[in-house]
Design a protein around this ligand. Structure first.
Ligand code: SD4
Length: 328
């Protein structure tokens, strides 16, 4: 496999476990941090949590955990979930005091009869389970918010909807992943361990400058992430509203459960989104998927998405197999 994505046939072949797949280029260093434990026989659940924690702690990643960009009012809120099966999943959204939504989601899964906790209740639950209260707004993220507010006073006051189109400037850089910086950076990770057990996790600070209270696809089971031990696992990143409208990750897994290869399942998800009548130039979306037999695939609506794949041979940064709207 190469970084220019010229070996799709290699991606059609089944990966040997253990194996790990993460969204965006920062997924490569996160995978590298989590890999030794997975390679030594650790569980896929531990691996996907470790990848998420790595990204949540990194102030350079501006849409996950500490360092993420805040909402319209300059407040941070984080979302995340973790899943191994319909019986084993947990989720939190709109947490404001803790840095590790995926870890809290795992605690929800382990210690409650529920799947999802939101807002203040989720933060209180995290306190009760020993999660540390931490600052979420990094100085650089605050500076970016102040600048945005000065440049967009009507949007900052809420009298105009947040406008995500940066006048075409942002979209002029072709394949470069940095064109999506400030827009989409959610970490989504899928892993299969030595035992053949699948797991996935997803963590985000959501859309920058979002209307306070907005929650996207990432923490919602079946939207940002879905894992079915018999069907496979899929995780989405990008404009959450597009994914939520079609239960994107559930759709991909359900198609794989019916026998589809990951690339065909992802193509169907992307086709449904590409056919929307209200698609905007700033809309981006990417999906990675992994079947229990090790077949995996990746696709994005537009150029600029990258993913990281890790196996016993090392960690590789790849272009997606499918770009549904090339040249946009
Ligand atoms: C969301 N999919 O909240 C996530 C994060 C993201 O642009 O990529 N935002 O919609």
């Amino acid at each position: 496999m190469t970084t220019d994505g010229t070996a799709p046939e290699a991606r059609e072949s089944a990966a040997r476990s253990p194996f790990m797949l993460s969204t965006w280029s920062f997924g490569e260093r996160a995978n590298a941090a989590a890999w030794p434990a997975l390679a030594a026989g650790g569980s896929s659940m531990d691996a996907v949590e470790a990848v998420s924690i790595f990204c949540e702690d990194d102030p350079e990643i501006d849409s996950v955990g500490y360092g993420g960009l805040p909402d319209r009012d300059g407040e941070m809120s984080l979302d995340g979930c973790i899943m191994a099966s319909p019986e084993q999943c947990g989720s939190v959204c709109a947490i404001r005091r803790h840095r590790h939504p995926v870890s809290i989601a795992r605690l929800v899964m382990q210690h409650t009869p529920h799947i999802m906790l939101a807002g203040e209740g989720a933060d209180d639950f995290a306190d009760q389970h020993g999660q540390q209260v931490e600052e979420l707004l990094a100085p650089r993220a605050r500076e970016a918010w102040v600048k945005w507010k000065q440049e967009n006073p009507d949007q900052a006051r809420g009298v105009r909807p947040v406008d995500r189109d940066r006048g075409g400037q942002l979209f002029a850089s072709g394949n470069d992943e940095s064109r999506w910086k400030d827009l989409h950076d959610t970490i989504g990770v899928l892993a299969i361990d030595e035992q053949g057990t699948l797991a996935g996790a997803c963590s985000t600070s959501g859309m920058p400058w979002k209307v306070p209270g907005r929650v996207g696809d990432s923490p919602i089971i079946g939207h940002g992430l879905y894992v079915d031990p018999y069907g496979g696992a899929a995780v989405a990143t990008g404009t959450g509203e597009l994914v939520m409208a079609i239960c994107g990750s559930f759709l991909a897994v359900e198609l794989m459960r019916g026998g589809a290869m990951p690339r065909d399942a992802i193509t169907e998800v992307l086709d449904r989104i590409a056919s929307r009548s209200d698609l905007k130039p700033e809309h981006q979306l990417a999906v990675i998927a992994l079947r229990p037999d090790g077949h995996w695939g990746s696709g994005a609506l537009r150029p600029g998405f990258r993913l990281a794949a890790s196996d016993a041979g090392g960690h590789q940064l790849l272009e997606p197999e499918i770009v549904r709207l090339p040249g946009t």
